[in-house]
Design a protein around this ligand. Structure first.
Ligand code: ADP
Ligand code: MG
Length: 468
């Protein structure tokens, strides 16, 4: 690998982290983006098409510039051009002058959605032996655990035999694999049901398309498109909330498909009853099929996911460090992936061993609120010590004056609130057993109820410690 492409790789990982968007959106804009020239005062990036060049330079330039500075250690002027413009710079300048400014924000967003859907639509209709973006998301590489087993089985069942459950409604927090499952369904159906008419749409872009159709007087075409599909997948349906006209149109589409036994799969970041405001008749329809949730992954599942993803990258991480990552990254699989990619970027360039320090550093960038437990305890003790004027070593000592005991109770209470430590582990910090911890927790609870301003002070400390 030459130097430019190594730097390109690192940059891409850094940019992806900063954007914290889905891999599909990221790939959409950055899959063929690369660093093509690097001199003392300028970096030139290239991308194949003018539309990508426009989006990258209006929307993502800041991320690109910041990441470049992070990778090479100082800021540089950057320029983004098409591959053709790179080969023929004179033409590029003339064109740029004629074109600026590129887009209004809203048009840009629409272009982006359209471009993404286009790529997915192309993937859907491309032959099964041709690799596409969708191939990264299959049932095979979806690691199963108790938190997602049911949703996966339900998706697999409809992919195998559409209309087994209709509609299928998958819900759960962001970053837990809902879109992955939808893509896996598409992949699978393409193989098991060749020629089947699958339409995948992000809810926001469904809304957008509808508005455009109304504006252009082309609602008939819109209706035809959605009512003639065999399988309709709408991602992030919670965006229907409060959009009356779209709900109305969606209801008719839904009913037409449903009545002709066409498979509908929806995802949402919350269950139907929490999507508000939503017409009752839609809610009833959503709840009328199968509801399947994805929950945050258990410790075991996080370990399995980290191992699978590290293996796929060819990244060696010791078991201890895999466990360490799994302990620190509890709620979001997208974040786990982000951390691994970033570590991989450094590793691939320097072959540096993966260390706990590196993991800590990457996590602190990706998720600044996520502090390692040891550091968090230090921070709690320091804050309590400052607030009550009691040195940390006195809190840990046998001293029992009111001031010292109170500071100790509060510190114990905060550690219990803010960490996952067990009562026994908390006791050990103070050289005491778990029954002391329980009695401290009780005392703070009681003081919160009876002592003026006690609760406000505890809350202030929590905010201070969390850096809010
Ligand atoms: P959501 O749509 O729920 O926000 P995504 O489907 O975009 O989440 O998942 C985020 C990232 O995590 C994706 O790259 C996806 O491949 C990965 N991921 C999520 N769950 C799993 C899993 N069980 N096994 C492997 N990868 C997963
Ligand atoms: Mg998603």
């Amino acid at each position: 690998m030459d130097e430019l492409s190594s730097i390109s790789d690192i940059l891409l990982s850094l940019i992806q982290e900063k954007m914290s968007t889905s891999p599909s959106i990221f790939n959409l804009w950055f899959n063929e983006f690369k660093l093509s020239s690097l001199t003392d005062d300028k970096a030139i990036f290239t991308t194949p098409s003018a539309i990508k060049r426009n989006i990258l330079s209006t929307k993502y330039q800041k991320f690109i510039a910041e990441s470049l500075e992070e990778a090479i250690g100082f800021p540089l002027e950057i320029s983004i051009v098409t591959e053709e413009e790179f080969k023929n710079p004179g033409a590029a300048e003339a064109k740029a002058a004629a074109q600026a400014p590129y887009f209004e924000i809203s048009d840009q967003k629409r272009d982006e959605d359209e471009e993404e859907e286009k790529i997915i639509a192309e993937s859907i209709s491309s032959p099964t032996n041709k690799r596409t973006l969708l191939d990264d998301y299959t049932f095979d590489n979806f690691v199963e655990g108790s938190s997602n087993k049911f949703a996966k089985a339900a998706c697999y069942a409809v992919a195998q035999e559409p209309n087994t459950y209709n509609p299928l409604f998958i819900y759960g927090n962001s970053g837990l694999g809902k879109t992955h499952l939808l893509y896996a369904v598409i992949n699978h159906m393409k193989k098991t049901h060749p020629g089947i008419n699958i339409v995948y749409k992000k809810c926001e872009s469904f809304l957008d398309e509808l508005i455009k159709a109304i504006r252009n007087g082309s609602t008939a075409t819109f209706k035809e498109k959605y009512r003639s599909c065999d399988v309709l997948l709408i991602d992030d349906i919670q965006f229907l909330a409060g959009k009356e006209q779209t709900q109305e149109e969606f209801f008719h589409t839904f009913s037409a498909l449903y009545e002709s036994d066409k498979q509908i799969i929806l995802t949402s970041d919350r269950p139907p009853k929490e999507i508000k405001p939503l017409e009752d008749r839609l809610r009833t329809r959503f709840e009328g099929g199968l509801l399947a949730d994805v929950q945050p992954p258990s410790f075991e599942l996080r370990i399995a996911i980290i191992k699978q993803k590290a293996d796929a990258m060819g990244l060696t991480v010791s078991n201890d460090l895999v466990e360490y990552m799994a302990e620190r990254l509890q709620n979001n699989i997208r974040q786990i992936e982000g951390v691994l990619k970033r570590i991989y970027a450094v590793y691939s360039l320097t072959s540096a061993e993966v260390t706990k320090e590196k993991i800590d550093e990457v996590i602190s960038i990706i998720d600044p609120g996520n502090i390692p437990t040891d550091a968090l305890i230090e921070k709690i003790l320091a804050s309590v010590s400052k607030a009550y004027g009691v040195p940390t070593d006195q809190m840990k000592s046998k001293k029992r004056t009111d001031t010292v005991a109170n500071a100790r109770h509060v510190a114990i209470y905060l550690i219990k609130q803010l960490t996952e430590l067990t009562l026994k582990e908390i006791g050990a910090i103070f050289g005491r057993d778990y029954s002391t911890v329980i009695s401290s927790l009780d005392k703070v609870d009681k003081n919160i109820k009876t002592v003026n301003n006690y609760e406000a002070e505890v809350n202030r400390l929590i905010k201070e410690i969390k850096g809010l």
